[in-house]
Write a protein that binds this ligand. Structure first.
Ligand code: PGA
Length: 242
């Protein structure tokens, strides 16, 4: 994995959005998987702006969901659905036929996983994935201890994710389960962009980049991925060895 450190959130987001832009310019029918969360907001805003300004054709790109909170209606503010429509699908006019997200209210979550696996497989995997890093080092909802060999699966969220996850919602939610693509699918993605900013992420960034590479900290596994680039700001880099 390559590491790039930037002065601040703004310059980090600019560089990451440029990298995302290069990906869709070099592969106009890319399969794209985008994390939600606070970290990538500016990267996505800039990416969308640049696509529109430069008139880049993304009508042949296909978007898949990384993860979702189980049992919360998709249209509620705070869900991954809501985020992706707001930041990406509405501004880029992505038709429903060019996206596939997990249905968090499905009566058959296993079937949701099967469908997602089939879609990823039939499209020859993910061309570009943009990820944040959870406070516990998770990737998507691959929590500490997740298997390296997992494809899409339903997961019991760990205590950190349940607590931290409340920040996305206006009122307290019961968020005990998630649905996510697996570490195998993430790590097999052809281009991996990882983002982290702010002092709040400094400790987990140090563990992920300088600690043991282990499934007990999923983000650390990306160090073995030659196709991964990590973009962080100076605050998130505070605790790293110089
Ligand atoms: P955040 O979430 O960007 O809101 O910090 C990151 C994550 O949980 O993956």
């Amino acid at each position: 994995m390559e590491l790039h450190t930037f002065k601040d959130y703004h310059s980090m987001s600019h560089a990451a959005s440029d990298s995302m832009l290069r990906a869709v310019m070099s592969k106009p029918d890319a399969v794209i998987c985008l994390a939600t969360g606070h970290t990538p907001c500016l990267t996505y805003r800039l990416w969308v702006e640049k696509i529109l300004q430069k008139n880049i054709n993304v009508s042949n790109c296909f978007f898949i969901g990384l993860d979702e909170w189980v049992g919360i209606r998709a249209d509620k503010e705070g869900t991954c659905h809501h985020f992706l429509y707001n930041y990406i699908f509405h501004p880029l006019h992505v038709p429903e036929s060019n996206l596939h997200l997990f249905n968090p209210m499905s009566k058959n979550l296993e079937e949701e996983c099967v469908q997602m696996n089939e879609i990823i497989h039939s499209r020859n995997g993910i061309d570009m994935i943009t990820l944040g890093i959870g406070m516990n080092g998770h990737l998507g909802f691959n929590e500490p201890g997740a298997s390296l060999y997992n494809d899409a699966h339903v997961v019991k969220l760990d205590a950190t994710t349940q607590t931290v996850g409340q920040k996305y919602f206006a009122t307290v939610q019961s968020i005990s389960r998630g649905i996510t693509i697996g570490l195998r699918q993430i790590m097999q993605s052809k281009k991996i962009i990882v983002l982290a900013n702010g002092f709040g992420k400094a400790h987990i960034i140090k563990q992920a980049l300088e600690g043991k590479i282990s499934t007990s900290l999923p983000a650390s596994l990306l160090r073995n991925c030659h196709q991964a680039t990590c973009y962080i700001d100076e605050e998130a880099a505070t605790l790293l060895r110089k």
